[in-house]
Write a protein that binds this ligand. Structure first.
Ligand code: FES
Ligand code: FES
Length: 168
């Protein structure tokens, strides 16, 4: 079947087996291999991408469900050819990875997570569900808990996200 996506701002049209996941469409058909396949079953977050600004696990979603959707992957996160997104810069500055396999998913997830908090969406760590969220360390940990790091770089991942989004 034909599926049309807008990926990192570019319209893309694909002929796909209807069973193709969004993750496989990105990696295998569009050769955007920055998005990683860790578990392929929704447990690790390595495949996190943004769909219309919302983070999802691309391994759990069929590409055909996203006809017409706006998809942002790690390849579309930088602000320009020579300008990293502040989160990317913070991950480098804080040495927030070891093997780097989880990093694209961590950064895409953090991008959306910061927007969720700005929009006032509460997390399980919120003491007051009605209050505007502050991205304390506990909030960041909770909101990023769907992204697993096998190298256990969590302290530096937390520090990088806190640099960009935490209380000043
Ligand atoms: S590869 Fe999708 S959650 Fe692990
Ligand atoms: S840096 Fe290796 S899995 Fe996170």
């Amino acid at each position: 079947m034909r599926v049309s996506l807008v990926v990192n701002g570019k319209p893309r049209s694909l002929d796909l087996d209807p069973r193709t996941t969004l993750l496989d469409a990105l990696r295998e058909n569009l050769r955007l291999t920055g998005t990683k396949k860790g578990c392929d079953m929704g447990q690790c977050g390595a495949c996190t991408v943004l769909v219309n600004g919302v983070r999802i696990n691309a391994c759990l979603s069929l590409a055909a469900m996203h006809d017409g959707d706006d998809i942002r992957t790690i390849e579309g996160v930088a602000l320009g050819p020579d300008e990293l997104h502040p989160l990317q810069a913070a991950f480098l500055e804080r040495d927030a990875f070891q093997c780097g396999y989880c990093t694209p998913g961590q950064i895409c997830s953090a991008l959306a997570m910061i927007e969720e908090a700005k929009q006032g969406q509460p997390s399980n760590a919120a003491a007051d569900l009605a209050a505007a969220p502050t991205l304390t360390d506990a909030e960041i940990r909770e909101r990023m808990s769907g992204n697993i790091c096998r190298c256990s770089a969590y302290p530096n991942i937390l520090a990088a996200i806190r640099d960009v989004a935490g209380p000043k």
